[in-house]
Design a binder for this molecule. Sequence first.
Ligand SMILES: C[S@@+](CC[C@H](N)C(=O)[O-])C[C@H]1O[C@@H](n2cnc3c(N)ncnc32)[C@H](O)[C@@H]1O
Length: 207
Amino acid sequence: MKSQENVRNWYDKKGVECLNFFEKSQENEVVQIKKILKYLPKKAIILDVGCGIGKPVVKFLTEKGFEVIGIDISKEMIREAKLNVPKSKFKVMSMYDLKFPNKKFNAIFSFFSILHLEKNKVPSVFEEFNRILKDDGYLFFSVNKGKEEGYYDFFGEKVFFSSYTNKEIKEILSKSKFKLNWKREFIFEKGNSKEYQLYYFAQKSPN
Ligand SMILES: C[S@@+](CC[C@H](N)C(=O)[O-])C[C@H]1O[C@@H](n2cnc3c(N)ncnc32)[C@H](O)[C@@H]1O
């Protein structure tokens, strides 16, 4: 898929620079995770989809004692992640092609990663999330708010990116059989950049 080739190459080249720029925004990911820790079983198995360099999410969850697997489409991101969190498992894998058995995970985390998917393919990716989650498993993810879809200049090179309205996300969740527990909205500002960020904490609905 052309958009995926673009995203993979972009992160191989620009990923470290980009994720360093968003360090403050990533700190908020940990603040949000702390709010949902109480729902996770002590021995939870967690998948971080689009884990980037493994910091802060995989690192934080591993230090909390969970078994965490991080996957990312970019081999450079996975290379960095392995250096940052040597105790955890990482794999180069696309979320369009999840190679995990049914009902393996207690929770899936995916912060600012599904925004690199083509919008019309997101419901089937979420159906796959649903398949690999245990009954009542959790899906915690974030996107940017907006109505974009296409190739946008970012850090000097074009990358495929989509932003979402709350209505779109709610439709995707209900199509893929998730119920929404809560949603939060934040503004992230740095330099000339201003982002409206949406966080969703959802749970697999009983069949
Ligand atoms: C904005 S970064 C977010 C990284 C990390 N989740 C965080 O919040 O710091 C998006 C990540 O998603 C990954 N990604 C994009 N498309 C993907 C796909 N189809 N499958 C797996 N990872 C993907 C990118 O390589 C990149 O590491």
